[in-house]
Ligand binder design. Structure first.
Ligand SMILES: Nc1nc2c(c(=O)[nH]1)N[C@H]1C(S)=C(S)[C@@H](COP(=O)(O)OP(=O)(O)OC[C@H]3O[C@@H](n4cnc5c(=O)[nH]c(N)nc54)[C@H](O)[C@@H]3O)O[C@H]1N2
Ligand SMILES: Nc1nc2c(c(=O)[nH]1)N[C@H]1C(S)=C(S)[C@@H](COP(=O)(O)OP(=O)(O)OC[C@H]3O[C@@H](n4cnc5c(=O)[nH]c(N)nc54)[C@H](O)[C@@H]3O)O[C@H]1N2
Ligand code: SF4
Ligand SMILES: [Mo]
Length: 727
């Protein structure tokens, strides 16, 4: 008899994990529907999203990886043998043991990507194994704001957007129209319908910019100058919140002196934004409290200017009284559940191993982390450690190739496709080819799996439970149950880390037999069972505001901020101690030349894809079959190119080809899509799934020497480039 049931589960095709109801017939998902009773809890949210609709097809897609695979031919030859999980785990563990014996534990690196999966089991394994070498995406995604807010406010914040409460919104280097298609975008549309001011800072006139009262088409990479210019106007016109500044900000006089030279006229000369627009934006933002200020990847990918810009934004929020107030932002709390740093077991990572971290960044490093932790601990808070200390990708690739300063001989890749999504694909390609062992945990063949020694089949959406916790930086967790047992021999990634951990002497540190049991254990301190959590889909408490004013019962004093001064650090002495600028100082942007006269943006998001994923799905591909490069009408005319023609985009590093599209954006700027490869092409050398055709990251580089010295942020936006017709 056919067994049919409805199961509460989640989509996992972006960080939102919207609630779904799955129809399960005899252990297989036959349909999914949005479940608005679950997070993010708005019936209309998923209407605009195409991705969740492919969830049933995702489970049975003909390209899905279903069994552990071992390479039999040459690396990249596309010849595989099916093996058992036990054989795979035994062989991988044995190889790691041999390589560790020969080169030390730091010979192993891991590589992780965006918000697709739960990563603490990987970090836990690596801490116990003894290697600091995790390559993440943090230096250009999330970490700049996290570090800067911790330095400036003593902890991280959540920026709010509430159409009722928020009086003004500023969106800076972010385009939720394409990157979010969910809660934030819908809320922004509702906000814009109220007629309240919306300011958008973006070189492109995005759909977000279309909603704006004021659009500031900044020259890529010059955002720090713009931020200082806005602060200049706010100070000069006394638009700041005097009470808050006097009582709760450190270094206002020095800030005022520092910003004096960033006059609107000067800002215009650097950023291309008209002086009167700079003044108007400052007045709108500072004159309409509560104002929110939401930033994104646009300013997290501009080298050392990311740090300076994020500092400028953090200062703007504070001096206008928009910190920890309803409708603007709130400082988040430590979670009630077990925070990531404890699940990682980072405090057991030995001092000798910490010293092996490649590169001497001031913040994104173990010493930097410890300096900041001493401060955040004043309020009993600890940031996740592995992600904020993760290795400098460029130095890891180079160590693989050169053995300097020590050999890195093996890499385990989980939930990422670094050949498409890390800067400098050529360098990464050479590095991967040189390894003794490359293991990839995946759901689909990708250019990265094509170079692997072992590919292990991951249980994906609907096949595994989920728990998203913002890495333990807020008292917020969402997710829920799987809908079905994994199909074929797919397993949750957790099983892999536990499996090799048990084989490598970590028996005592993997007490939970299943991923579910591990997630349940992490929620235990909340008093909720795993079933309680799955029923609710969300664990959180309403935010509290103005927590700096709360009287500490022990001292009788207000709590203040967890910084050296106990106030908001407009002037930040700790940055100076770490060798940086205590007030934000813009850095030179890479200079265009006669040869490379244009400024390149790589990676602005677009639907219906996520990074390099989902090109295999015909229903999605037909909506967006080709990679685009966008320029303004004036730029196209100057280059003698027309809409729809095929072009080469070239930087000093390499070239890639795109279809040209004319769009509304700043002149002299080129924006290329990232993540493009062709799953329909041969899954072997030399094509490697069309890796070299339109890959934006053949154009980027993340050389350590030119990256930001505090966090290691590389330049993905504002790169000198040229565009020419491709014959
Ligand atoms: N030039 C340029 N490069 C960029 C950016 C940019 O703006 N410009 N943005 C950067 C940013 S912010 C990010 S976050 C990254 C995103 O880059 P990635 O994180 O690499 O994202 P994807 O390309 O989607 O690759 C994710 C892969 O993981 C697999 N996967 C999904 N879920 C799971 C899982 O649970 N387990 C396992 N084992 N595999 C899974 C998918 O099948 C897919 O192949 O790209 C970065 N790279
Ligand atoms: N469809 C889709 N959605 C996604 C993703 C995806 O791959 N596809 N990825 C997810 C991930 S991992 C992330 S991190 C988020 C990112 O989400 P967002 O932060 O919204 O990222 P983008 O859409 O890349 O928006 C960045 C914007 O910055 C602009 N920009 C480029 N250079 C500059 C500059 O120098 N200064 C300023 N001020 N702006 C600049 C770009 O034109 C672009 O509009 O999106 C998530 N959502
Ligand atoms: S926004 Fe779309 S892709 Fe993201 S979780 Fe929700 S349904 Fe899935
Ligand atoms: Mo990201």
């Amino acid at each position: 008899m056919t067994q049919e049931k409805l199961v509460k589960t989640n989509c996992r095709f972006c960080g939102y994990q919207c609630g779904l109801t799955a129809t399960v017939t005899d252990g297989r998902v036959t349909a999914v529907e949005p479940d608005p009773t679950q997070y993010p809890g708005d019936a209309g949210i998923q209407r605009g999203c195409r991705r969740w609709r492919v969830a049933p097809e995702f489970l049975d897609h003909p390209q899905r990886i279903n069994y552990p695979l071992k390479r039999v031919g040459e690396r990249g030859s596309g010849q595989w043998q099916r093996i058992t999980w036990d054989q795979a785990l035994d062989e991988i563990a044995a190889k790691l043991a041999t390589l560790k014996e020969r080169h030390g534990p730091e010979m192993l690196a891991t590589c992780i990507g965006g918000p697709h999966a739960v990563f603490w089991p990987l970090h836990r394994f690596m801490n116990l194994f003894g290697s600091p070498n995790n390559v993440g995406i943090g230096q250009i995604c999330w970490n700049p704001a996290t570090w800067v807010n911790a330095l400036t406010y003593g902890w991280t914040i959540e920026n709010e957007l509430d159409p009722e409460k928020t009086a003004c919104a500023m969106f800076w280097g972010t385009n939720p129209a394409e990157s979010d298609n969910s809660l934030l975008w819908r809320t922004l549309v509702r906000f814009s319908q109220t007629g309240k001011p919306l300011i958008v800072v973006d070189p492109r006139r995005t759909r977000t910019a279309e909603l704006a009262t004021l659009w500031l088409p900044v020259r890529p990479g010059t955002d720090a100058v713009l931020a200082l210019g806005l602060i200049n106007v706010i100070v000069a016109e006394r638009l700041y919140d005097e009470t808050f500044v006097d009582r709760w900000c450190n270094g206002f006089a020095r800030l005022a002196e520092h910003v004096a030279r960033y006059t609107p006229a000067y800002v215009e000369s650097v950023t291309g934004i008209k002086a009167e627009t700079v003044v108007a934006a400052a007045r709108l933002y500072a004159g309409n409290a509560p104002a929110t200020l939401i930033s994104g990847r646009g300013i997290d990918q501009i080298g050392a200017n990311s740090f300076a810009t994020q500092r400028g934004l953090a200062i703007m929020r504070a001096i206008t009284g928009n910190l920890d107030t309803p409708g603007a932002s709130h400082i988040t709390d430590m979670p009630d559940f077990i925070p990531e740093i404890d699940l990682e077991l980072s405090d057991r990572f030995p001092a000798e191993a910490r010293q092996k971290r490649l590169g001497s960044l001031a913040l994104q490093s173990y010493p930097g982390y410890e300096r900041v932790r001493r401060l955040t601990m004043r309020h009993g808070r600890r940031l996740p450690m592995r992600y904020l200390t993760s290795a400098q990708p460029n130095l890891v690739w180079r160590a693989m190739l050169t053995g300097e300063p020590y050999p890195i001989r093996s890499l385990i890749v989980m939930a990422t496709n670094p050949l498409l999504t890390q800067a400098d694909s050529r360098l990464i390609y050479d590095a991967l080819k040189s390894l003794d062992l490359l293991v990839v945990l995946e759901m689909f063949p990708t250019p990265t799996t094509m170079l692997a020694d072992y590919v292990l089949p991951s249980a994906g959406a609907l096949e595994r439970p989920l728990l998203e916790t913002k890495a333990g930086t807020a008292n917020l967790a969402y997710g829920g149950a799987k809908a079905v047992e994994p199909y074929y021999e797919r397993r949750p990634d957790y099983d892999f880390w536990r499996g090799i951990g048990l084989r490598l002497g970590q028996e005592n540190d993997w007490p939970w037999q299943s991923f579910e049991a591990a997630l349940a254990a992490s929620m235990e301190p909340t008093g909720w069972t795993w079933d309680d959590f799955c029923r609710e889909g969300l664990y959180t408490l309403p935010p509290e505001y103005r927590k700096h004013e709360h009287i500490d019962p022990q001292t009788g004093q207000p709590a203040g901020f967890a910084t050296a001064s106990g106030k908001v650090e407009l002037y930040c002495g700790l940055v100076a101690e770490l060798g940086g600028d205590p007030l934000p100082v813009p850095q030179p942007t890479p200079a265009t030349s006669e040869e490379y006269p244009l400024s390149l943006i790589t990676g602005a998001r677009f639907q219906p894809y996520f990074a390099s994923s989902f090109r295999q799905f015909a229903s999605l591909r037909s909506a967006h079959p080709e990679p685009w490069a966008e320029v303004s009408v004036a730029t196209a005319r100057r280059l003698g190119l027309e809409d729809g023609c095929r072009v080469w985009v070239e930087t000093e590093r390499g070239r890639a080809s795109f279809t040209l599209r004319i769009a509304r954006m700043g002149d002299g700027v080129v924006s290329v899509e990232y993540g493009w490869w062709y799953p329909e092409m041969a899954a072997a050398e030399p094509s490697i799934g069309g890796l070299w055709a339109a890959n934006a990251n053949t154009l980027t580089n993340a050389d350590y020497e030119t990256s930001d010295p505090m966090i290691g942020t590389a330049t993905y936006n504002g790169l000198p480039c040229r565009v020419s017709r491709a014959e």
